[in-house]
Design a protein around this ligand. Structure first.
Ligand code: NAD
Length: 432
């Protein structure tokens, strides 16, 4: 069964959408929004998971007319009949656990899933970084590995394995995760587990010659230098070929197969389309939907081949912009405005042909405000418009304020702010 989740685009659409003139039905298998950029921080206890969650009903209760929220997974979209199938996603099922719902307009904001490239063992043994349960699983495995390594009589080789944390993928997700782990080691493991802290190792495996390919050369060099100073090993030109329960098999830079034992394996090799999205692309046909990573949309975010009735945003769509939270959030606000204008035009129109109406609605425009990444040891990098490249401790403060201001609500900002202060005063919480 395919699960559909609401990403950042859907959150901003829901905040701004006009519920006076549209009946809004919201479908998601979980009843909260999750601010994924701070998910890596939650696995080591820098922030609490609850602080980066926003219950959907916190948003819908402020709407002028009620939004129908259904906790369920959309399992099928029929673009011809304009019908979706929704299945109850709760564990305790009532008499009815499947429903079909008609729509006039459908907005697909289901995000993407982790790309595994069908590498054997990834789904079975690696941890992802997408959902709240992924963060809980990583946290539990991380603390388990520490306790098992500290168990009396543990052989030296096994201690080495248990304390080897491996991150696969040198994109922003992998880099920020490895950076957060390094801080956890320096600021907490050394205090709470002094006897084993010296054996804690972090390795980041990247298939291409350098990490962060989307950043400029000087910022890549800065990141690699900071990692080296922090004793976080980067294995460039190294591709994972197989994942076993206790080791990964890689094709190393000398083109030889090598086994690397691990205690915790975090998989961050990018995104791919969810089955629901892939299925919709198939139904709409290869002429309209020629991209593999998501739904092709036009300048109004209308899905190609959908007869102007389906929209897509965020990681579910494939556009010329990098699939970041910033883009998704802007797309959500744009769509809210788009529907508002469409309603006004329809009210006045003598010709209600959708093509004619849409020609009067502004297309989506996006002004890139830059990319940021945390690289560990209270340092960050930033690539801003106008070819401005920043790095270091001051950039970290900028990174913090950008993430804080991008959080869903004042409540989330206060909670995360408190978490950061708590972490500085008392260290990270190593309870489970
Ligand atoms: P990504 O696609 O940016 O990076 C994945 C990396 O994994 C690539 O460098 C790839 O070469 C490597 N890889 C793939 N298969 C491999 C294998 N078998 N072995 C070793 N390495 C392998 O993925 P991401 O970091 O999850 O980011 C996804 C999107 O989200 C990007 O567009 C990114 O910009 C965005 N994002 C941005 C931020 C930020 O701005 N701070 C944070 C998180 C995500």
């Amino acid at each position: 069964m395919d699960k559909t989740y609401l990403d950042r685009g859907s959150t901003s659409l829901l905040k701004d959408i006009d519920t006076e003139n549209y009946n809004v039905v919201l479908i998601s298998p979980r009843a909260y929004f999750l601010f994924t950029p701070l998910l890596p921080s939650s696995t080591v206890g820098t922030v609490e998971l609850r602080s980066i969650m926003q219950p959907i009903r916190f948003i819908t209760r402020f709407k002028s007319r009620e939004v129908l929220f259904i906790e369920g997974s959309c399992t099928d979209i029929d673009p011809q009949k304009k019908l979706i199938t929704v299945e109850d996603s709760s564990e305790i099922k009532g008499e009815v656990s499947k429903q079909q719902i008609k729509y006039d307009y459908l907005v697909v904001g289901v995000g993407a899933e982790n790309a595994t490239f069908n590498i054997p063992g990834v789904r079975e043994f690696a941890c992802f970084l997408k959902e709240s349960w992924d963060a809980r699983k990583i946290r539990s495995q991380l603390l388990d590995s520490l306790e098992s390594a500290a168990f009396p009589g543990q052989p030296e080789e096994e201690i080495k394995r248990l304390l080897h944390m491996v991150v696969v993928g040198g994109g922003p997700t992998g880099i920020e995760y490895a950076a957060g782990l390094h801080d956890f080691l320096e600021e907490d493991v050394k205090i709470w587990y002094p006897e084993i802290a010296g054996k804690f190792r972090i390795t980041l495996v990247e298939a291409t010659p350098h990490v962060l390919p989307a950043f400029s050369k000087d910022l890549i060099a800065y990141t690699e230098k900071t990692f080296a100073e922090n004793k976080v090993t980067i294995l460039n030109n190294t591709a994972v070929k197989k994942v076993n329960q206790k080791d990964i098999v890689v094709l190393n830079k000398d083109k030889e197969l090598e086994s690397i034992p691990y205690g915790l394996l975090v998989w961050a090799t990018g995104n791919t389309a969810r089955p629901l999205v892939a299925d919709l692309m198939k139904k709409l046909g290869p002429t309209a939907q020629a991209q593999r990573r998501g739904l092709t949309v036009d300048e109004h975010l209308i899905v190609a081949g959908s007869d102007n009735s389906i929209y897509a945003l965020g990681d579910a769509s494939a556009t010329k912009w990098a699939p970041t939270g910033q883009v998704a959030s802007r797309q959500g606000s744009y769509l809210a405005e788009h529907f508002r204008t469409l309603y006004e035009l329809k009210k006045k129109a003598t010709n209600s042909d959708s093509k004619v109406l849409l020609s009067q609605v502004d297309p989506f425009v996006y002004n890139h405000r830059g990319s940021l990444a945390y690289v560990g040891g209270d340092k960050a990098i930033a690539e801003l418009p106008g070819n401005i490249h920043l790095s270091g401790a001051a950039t970290y403060l900028f990174w913090k304020s950008a993430y804080l201001s991008n959080l869903f609500s004042l409540r989330n900002r206060i909670l995360v702010g408190f978490d950061w202060v708590k972490c500085k005063m008392f260290g990270r919480d190593i309870g489970r």
